[in-house]
Design a protein around this ligand. Structure first.
Ligand code: B1M
Length: 210
């Protein structure tokens, strides 16, 4: 009988064959998709993040773990969307222009989906005007921006400034996150919220667009 812990271990090991297989077995055993995400996948990536910070593992291992997480997500994602009967608002999500880091952004997206939001993921290296364009297209009330490079953080302010320049966008909120950010930076660029992690982003969404 497979357990969430087995899935966590496959993520830490970076084994995409096992992670997919275990996710399939958990689904077959009746485990809810959201529990698989919260109790199996996220704890695995948390460990990987800590090990990387402590220099116990290096970049290739982080990338293997991300691949293992993606493989399991392919199995649970369709069920994750179905599991929330009443969808909440739409969130436009992306990594800021000039930045191609996506692992943290993807985690945030998955957790928001799991939390009942419809996520329009614009991917990486997203131009400021694209955030605004997609927000309007989908009638979204929340934009989430991720940045992992100190050099790309200022481009987050460009999105916020463009948003605020048009009074028709009043009521649209922006949340930001990414390893080099903090609350002080978020405040300085006029963001409506900052979270250091993916669960915190879901909490923020709940407060800003309940
Ligand atoms: Co790069 N990289 N990287 N990298 N990379 C960092 C960020 C770096 C700190 C490594 C280092 O030097 N120690 C450094 C930045 C230094 C700086 O800016 N001061 C760096 C650099 C320099 C670079 C390049 C410039 C290297 C080069 O080419 N010379 C280059 C830049 C390319 C570009 O973007 N234009 C580059 C490239 C890459 C790879 C492509 C190889 C790869 C990315 C692969 C991918 O994403 N598909 C990569 C990786 C993997 C990393 C590290 C090792 C790991 C990042 C990661 O995925 N962490 C990173 C080192 C580090 O962070 N310690 C590093 C795991 C992830 C789960 O955490 O993204 O922080 P994180 O997300 C967290 C929270 O931050 C938060 O929730 C997540 C989950 O809890 N969060 C949000 C994130 N977004 C959020 C949004 C929210 C709310 C919360 O609301 C919207």
């Amino acid at each position: 009988m497979v357990k969430y812990q087995n899935l966590t271990e496959s993520i830490i090991k970076g084994d995409n064959i096992s992670s997919r297989d275990i996710a399939e077995k958990l689904i077959a055993a009746g485990a809810p998709a959201l529990d698989i995400l919260n109790n199996g996948l996220v704890p695995g990536m948390d460990v990987v993040g800590k090990k990387f910070r402590d220099k116990e593992i290096y970049l290739p291992e982080v990338l293997l773990s991300a691949r293992a997480m993606k493989a399991a997500m392919e199995i649970i994602k369709p069920l994750l969307s179905e599991s929330c009967e009443k969808r909440k608002g739409v969130v436009i999500l992306g990594t800021v222009k000039g930045d191609i880091h996506e692992i943290g952004k993807n985690l945030v997206g998955m957790m928001l989906e799991g939390g009942g939001y419809t996520v329009i993921d614009l991917g990486v290296d997203v131009p400021p005007e694209k955030f605004i364009e997609e927000m309007k297209k989908h009638g979204a009330k929340l934009i989430g921006i991720s940045a992992l490079l100190t050099t790309t953080m200022p481009a987050m302010k460009t999105v916020i400034d463009m948003l605020k320049a048009d009074c028709q966008n009043a009521g649209v909120k922006v949340i930001v996150g990414g390893a080099p950010l903090n609350q002080e930076f978020a405040d300085s660029i006029g963001a409506d919220g900052y979270s250091p992690d993916a669960p915190g982003a879901v909490e923020l969404a709940g407060k800003l667009i309940p």
